[in-house]
Design a protein around this ligand. Structure first.
Ligand SMILES: Cc1ncc(COP(=O)(O)O)c(C=O)c1O
Length: 470
C-alpha cells in the first residue's frame, strides 16, 4: 500500500518551475513521466497531472505524445545572476579562474588538443567498456588500479630514469591532491616548507592555505638558488621544486645544485618534493633525467601528471613515494581519499601498455619545438623591442620579459581581453622582489601566421599602453 505524503500539486508545480527558472532544467529537457514521478513521490497520479497541467498552461512544459513531456523548447528564461554570496571574493583567484575557464590562444600548460589520438582512445575505451564485468562496479583500490601503477612504474623507469616498484606508486587526481596527500601523510604542523620564487601559482595558493610555516627561495638561471637556500632554509623539512623545467621560468636545476640539494635532504633527513609536470618536453638536448633518478637515499617524493602528456581533463596524476613511507601513504589514502574512477584508469593503462603513449609523446616533443619557434618568431616580428627572452631548452610555455616597465598585470589584461590567455609573470612571485613579463603557452599554436595575426590584434594597444606606462 502507498504511504501518504503531504506533497500537493502546488509543491510539484513550484519545484519544476524553480528548476526551469534557475536553469537546472533547460528548454527541450525531458521531465519525469507522470507515472514515475507519482511513484517516486508517493502521490496519486492525478496530483502530478494537475501540476503538469498548470505548467503546460503557463507555457513551461509541452507534451510530445508518446515521447513524454518536455520543457518548452521556445521558452525564454531571463538569465539570473548568481547571488553575490556565491561569488569568489579573492580578486586574484577570480582573474585566474576567468582565464582558466575561457577558451582562447596561448593558454598555459595545455597539450596540443588538435593532435591527441582520439580515435585510438575511443577504440580502447569501447573495448574496455564492453569487457567490464560486475566486479568493476565496486570501489577501485584507493592507491590506484594495479595495471596502471605497473604501466607508470615501467614508463618512468624507461623515460625518466626512476627505478621503483608499482607499490610505491599512488594514483591521485592532480597536483593539488598529490601535495595535500604528501603533506597530510608526512608533515607536522610545525614543519618548515620551502617553495620556489617565482613558483607555480596554484601550488603557492594551496600551500598558503595549508602550511603554517611557508617560505620562498629564489630561482635563477640554474634553478633553485642553493646558496640562498643553505643560508636561509637549511632547517626546512620540505622543499618543493620543479627541477627539470621550473615553473614558470622553464630553467633546469643544474647537476651540481641537484647534488647539493640531495646531500642536504639526506643530512637533515628532510624531503624534496619533485614536480615533474612536463619533464618529457625537452627539445634540442637530450631529455634530462628526473632528480629522483639520482636519489640514492630515497629522500625525493616524485609527483607526476598526465595533464600535460594526455589531457588536463583526465585529472590523473601519481606520486612515487619513498619505500619506507609506503604503508603510511596506503593508510592515509584509505582514510582520507576516495579512489579514482576505474574505467578511466583502465583505459589509460591500456593506452600506455600498448605503446600509444610513447608514440604520442615522441610526436609532441618535435611538434612543441616547432610551435615554440612559431611563437618566438611572431613575437620578434610584431614586438621586436618590447620583450626579451632567456632561452631555455624545454617546457610548454615561454616567458617574454618586459624590456621596460613593470605593469605586466595591465598588459596581460589587454591581451586577455582580446582572447590571448597569457599570465603576468609578477603574479607568480609571492615576495616584493619580482620580475615582469608575460607567460605564454605555445603548444596549441599551429603556425607562425596564426601567432602573428593574434599579436597584431593587440599590437596597437600594447604599444600605447607601454608608452603610457614608461
Ligand atoms: C608547475 C605545474 N605542476 C603541476 C601541474 C599539474 O597539475 P595537475 O596534475 O593538477 O593538472 C601543472 C599543470 O599545469 C603545472 O603547471
Amino acid at each position: 500500500m502507498r504511504t501518504k505524503t503531504n506533497i500537493g500539486y502546488k509543491d510539484i508545480y513550484n519545484r519544476i518551475k524553480k528548476s526551469i527558472q534557475n536553469g537546472s532544467l533547460k528548454p527541450g529537457n525531458k521531465v519525469t513521466s507522470i507515472r514515475n514521478l507519482s511513484t517516486e513521490l508517493k502521490v496519486a497520479k492525478r496530483t502530478v497531472e494537475a501540476a503538469y497541467d498548470m505548467l503546460i498552461g503557463e507555457g513551461y512544459l509541452v507534451t510530445k505524445g508518446p515521447k513524454g513531456t518536455i520543457v518548452n523548447p521556445d521558452i525564454v528564461i531571463p538569465q539570473i545572476k548568481p547571488e553575490k554570496t556565491f561569488q569568489v571574493q579573492d580578486p586574484e583567484l577570480v582573474s585566474i579562474m576567468k582565464i582558466r575557464d575561457e577558451n582562447g590562444l596561448f593558454r598555459l600548460g595545455t597539450p596540443a588538443l588538435d593532435q591527441f589520438p582520439y580515435k585510438i582512445w575511443l577504440l580502447i575505451s569501447g573495448r574496455i567498456i564492453r569487457k567490464m564485468d560486475p566486479v568493476d562496479l565496486l570501489n577501485p583500490p584507493v592507491t590506484g588500479y594495479r595495471p596502471l601503477r605497473e604501466a607508470i612504474a615501467n614508463y618512468i623507469n624507461v623515460s625518466r630514469g626512476i627505478s621503483c616498484s608499482p607499490e610505491q606508486i599512488i594514483i591521485t587526481s592532480g597536483y593539488k591532491h598529490s601535495l595535500s596527500l604528501i603533506l597530510h601523510t608526512l608533515a607536522k604542523k610545525s614543519d618548515k616548507v620551502v617553495f620556489e620564487e617565482p613558483g607555480y601559482i596554484f601550488g603557492a595558493k594551496l600551500l598558503k592555505r595549508i602550511v603554517d610555516r611557508l617560505f620562498f627561495n629564489p630561482v635563477d638561471s640554474r634553478g633553485l638558488n642553493m646558496d640562498y637556500f643553505k643560508k636561509h632554509h637549511k632547517d626546512a623539512k620540505f622543499v618543493l621544486t620543479a627541477p627539470t623545467h621550473q615553473s614558470p621560468l622553464t630553467v633546469s636545476l643544474s647537476l651540481s645544485r641537484r647534488q647539493e640539494l640531495l646531500a642536504w635532504a639526506e643530512s637533515e633527513k628532510s624531503w624534496i618534493i619533485e614536480d615533474d609536470y612536463d619533464g618529457e618536453f625537452h627539445y634540442k638536448k637530450r631529455v634530462i633525467p628526473a632528480l629522483k633518478s639520482i636519489d640514492v637515499n630515497d629522500r625525493v617524493i616524485y609527483v607526476g601528471t598526465f595533464s600535460k602528456t594526455i589531457m588536463p581533463s583526465i585529472r590523473t596524476s601519481y606520486i612515487v613515494v619513498p619505500a619506507l613511507t609506503v604503508s603510511s601513504f596506503i593508510e592515509n589514502s584509505e582514510i582520507f581519499e576516495t579512489s579514482q574512477p576505474l574505467l578511466q584508469q583502465k583505459i589509460l593503462a591500456s593506452f600506455i601498455h600498448e605503446g600509444h603513449f610513447y608514440k604520442h609523446l615522441k610526436r609532441m616533443r618535435s611538434l612543441y619545438q616547432q610551435r615554440r619557434n612559431f611563437v618566438i618568431g611572431a613575437l620578434q616580428r610584431v614586438f621586436p623591442k618590447v620583450f626579451k627572452f632567456e632561452m631555455t631548452d624545454g617546457g610548454m610555455q615561454l616567458v617574454a620579459y618586459l624590456e621596460k616597465g613593470d605593469d605586466d598585470v595591465g598588459l596581460a589584461e589587454i591581451w586577455q581581453k582580446n582572447g590571448l590567455l597569457v599570465y603576468p609573470l609578477s603574479k607568480w612571485f609571492s615576495g616584493k622582489k619580482k620580475r615582469y613579463g608575460l607567460i605564454i603557452g605555445f603548444t596549441n599554436i599551429t603556425s607562425e601566421e596564426q601567432a602573428t595575426a593574434a599579436f597584431k590584434k593587440v599590437s596597437k594597444e600594447t604599444y600605447e599602453f607601454l608608452e603610457d606606462d614608461n
